[in-house]
Structures are given as C-alpha cells and as structure tokens.
Design a protein around this ligand. Sequence first.
Ligand SMILES: [Zn+2]
Ligand SMILES: [Zn+2]
Length: 396
Amino acid sequence: MHTLYGDFHVHLGRSADGRPIKITAARGLTLEAALREGQQRKGLDLMGIVDAACPPVLADLERLIEAGELEELAGGGFRFRGGLVFLAGAEVETEELRGPAHFLAFFPTLEALKHFSRRLAGWVTNPNLSSQHCRCRAADILEAVTALEGVFLPAHAFTPHKGLFGQGVDDLAEAFTDRQIAQIPAMELGLSSDTALADRIPGLGSFTFLSNSDAHSLPKIAREYNALELAEANFREWEMALRRREGRRVAANYGLDPRLGKYHRSACALCETIAEVPAPFFGPCARCGAAQLTPGVLDRIELLAQHGDRPLCPNRPPYIHQVPLEFLPGIGPKAMQRLLDRFGTEMNLLHRATDEEIAAAAGPKLAKILLAHRRGDIDWVHGGGGRFGRVAVRND
Ligand SMILES: [Zn+2]
Ligand SMILES: [Zn+2]
C-alpha cells in the first residue's frame, strides 16, 4: 500500500477557449492549468475536478486525451503527463426539504461522464456553467450517478450555506432512503468543520470524511487535502478507500482549524459581532438587532448534536490542523519559490523534508515558523461572518 495525497474538490474558471465555467473561479484556472498546478507545485497524487461535466470542459478533456497529455486508466480516472491522477466530477445543487444543498459526483470513465453530462443538461438551465441549480432532488442525482458506477457524496456537508446539514436537512432520512444512504460512502467536511465537530452529529459513524480545498483559484488547491492508503492511484482504488475496503482507506485529513474558517461562528453582517454559541439559526443579532445573523458551522452542529447520541467512530483517521502555507507569516511569493526550488512540491515540504533540511533551506526566521506549523504550535483568532481567522506563531 502507498500513502498518496489527494484533493477532490477543485473548480475551473474557464475552458481553454476562454468560455466561463464557474463564474466565481479565477480566469486562469483552466483544466490544464489546474492539473499542472496540482502536479508540479502542490505535488498531489490525485485531484478531483468538479466542473468536468460541463460540455466545454469535456471538450478540453477529450483534446488532452487526443494529445496524449491525459491517459484513461483501466481502474478509472485519467493520468496527467505520467503522474497525477485526475478524477472527473461535477458539483450539483439540488433543492432539499429546507433549502438548497451541494453534492459531488465522480465518474470512472469518459463515457460515464458524458452520459451524466447529458442527463444533467435536462435538470439545469445553462449546462455550460458549473454548479447550476438542478430541478430535481439529490436522490435523483444519486440514482443517476450510481447507475453509471460513479461516486456520490455531500459537498461541504456542514456549511450553513448550501451544505446538506446546513440548510438542506436535519437528518439524512429527509433526503434519502436507507438503500440510498448505504450507497453514499463519504461526506466532505468543508473548510469550517473538522472530524471532531462532525462526529458530534448522530448517525454519521459509517461515513468516511474528506477534507478538500473547494479551490476557486490555483493557489487555493490543496489548502485542505487527504492522505490515502491505496495500492495504486486510480478511481476504483479511491472508491475502495472511501468505502474502507481491503485495507484501502483515508489515513489522515489535513485542513484548516475550523476556528479559522470564514463561517465557523455565527456573526452579524451589520455590526460584525460574533454571536454567543448556540446562536439562533438565521436568527437576529443580539447586539444591534439586525434581522439575520450569518449562521456559523459551530452553532449549526450544536443544534444537530441535540438530535441524538454522538456516533461511535472507532476507525476515524486523525484530522491534522494545518493552515495553507500562504497563510503563514513571512512566506511571500519569493520565499515560497525558494522553498519549491529546494523541495520540488508543497507535499514534499510538508511531509517528506526533514526538520534539518527545512532549517538549512529556509533560514532561521522562516524555519521557526515552518517547524512550529509542523508541530501544530500555532495560535489563531476565530473566523466568522465571511472573514477568515488569523494565525500567529506562539512565542515561547
Ligand atoms: Zn459548493
Ligand atoms: Zn465547490
């Protein structure tokens, strides 16, 4: 078994011929640019792109296959220039009992992806754009994905804004039958929650948790990622890991401390006060009386935790709190380039370089920060209401 690193929620801004794909994503973020960044700078072994069912991206994908840049693998997925394995997926928005929710769907083959793309065109107004609102329920999408031997899972499941447990439902049974629930292998934690928080919600013990970046620009790729144990990198091995079969598994989650997340605490958009926990979901601000707080993940989870017992999850891998390297004080573009020149990729710097090598390459001041980061000796200020928290290295 090999330890491989993967980020399974990356968006694209444009197709190669300049057509918009995801309006909120950066223009330079094309399929090829994302794959290059994931492979060369980040050092990922697997990467999921969730706008791949849009016809302009499908056309780019087919062009890269024809040019020999992407190779379709027998075990599913596509190998980019002999290295990184790309998993082709789609993010969809459905209307659930209480509000909209986002889901991710991944497909093993180009054929299955094309089938899903045609199916999706019947549910959305503009199929050329990603993450469009679908005129159907999540259960309909799950059935379509399962029929194509794909993988379906809730995206940023606990985020109040368009997470399944945020706005969508209080309980999985509100959206799916028992048989359907058994087909869902995993849930994505989202930037504002982690394993410890999500495991307070009843009924989630059997789901693998994924920590993904939801990147809308190149530098954000792998700001959260997963370590997986796989025999090799391909779609079927990845699916086995999510289902924890034959020794394949997610071995660790790496991501932001949820206290740094933009939507960790409920906060008032008017007076910017962070509300006391538990704040009323979409309730008024206690300080200035504004009608609606921007709800926070922590408050939402506090509410859901009251619905039953904490699940038993003996198999959970560790969740390791990391901030993206760009968040660390003292790492400007120049210093980052120097580190990449020395270590090749961010994954090498984070996981394979020794303390001594980092000290030698980074200089004493920066090395102190990088090594504190590895040890988890980082302080933070809470985030909320759309603002990220801040980090500071402890001075001891
Ligand atoms: Zn989303
Ligand atoms: Zn997304």
